[in-house]
Design a protein around this ligand. Structure first.
Ligand SMILES: [Zn+2]
Length: 190
């Protein structure tokens, strides 16, 4: 997960299209260059839950500075297939609704992955007790298992896959419209 991914998710959380706001996303990534990526992810997750409007760079920066990284870290002895050893569980969303079908095709909004809670494994202890325990959805678990990935990585892949399908479907619809207009013109008797 890169900072650009984290910022893109933040935008999607506030219903802002990161593809259309690419330069703003890049601005955020540049401003947040010095933030520790683990701290940044936690801070952004908290801000997403607290706020109704997209937080500004300086809100994020000041929260990152205030956040003292815990000295104690918990690690897994064995790889965790639920969280990929990062300790947090992700869900795939459109708007505020969790996607529960692999064939889901969103209209309007893009899909995004968001943290829904902490994992029950050892690494989950790196997340504060204010974060509730969670499990990946059955759909995401089956999808990730099929791709031989942990569910955290699986969530990212599924988001990309659904959004790509959505874009392809929209392009196909556009092409069909222009084609039928063309046919209509050609078919005119004068
Ligand atoms: Zn885990």
């Amino acid at each position: 997960m890169t900072k650009a991914d984290i910022v893109s998710e933040l935008f999607l959380d506030f219903n802002r299209d990161p593809y259309k706001n690419k330069s703003l996303v890049e601005h955020y990534v540049k401003r947040l260059a010095d933030c520790d990526i683990v701290v940044l992810e936690r801070v952004i997750n908290e801000l997403s839950n607290e706020r109704d409007i997209l937080p500004r760079c300086r809100d994020i920066l000041s929260k990152c500075t205030a956040y003292k990284r815990k000295t104690e870290t918990f690690e897994n002895d064995e790889d965790c297939e639920l969280c990929g050893n990062v300790g947090r569980i992700k869900g795939v969303f459109v708007g505020k609704t969790m996607v529960s079908s692999l064939n889901f095709l969103p209209e309007g909004d893009y899909c995004y992955a968001a943290i829904i809670g902490r994992c029950s494994c050892e690494a989950g202890n790196n997340w504060g007790s204010s974060t509730p325990f969670a499990e990946p959805s059955k759909m995401l678990y089956a999808y990730s298992k099929g791709k031989d990935m942990d569910c955290s990585l699986g969530a990212q892949f599924l988001v990309t896959e659904i959004n790509r399908r959505k874009i392809e479907c929209e392009q196909k619809a556009e092409n069909n419209t222009s084609q039928s207009t063309q046919e209509l013109r050609e078919g005119l008797p004068f």
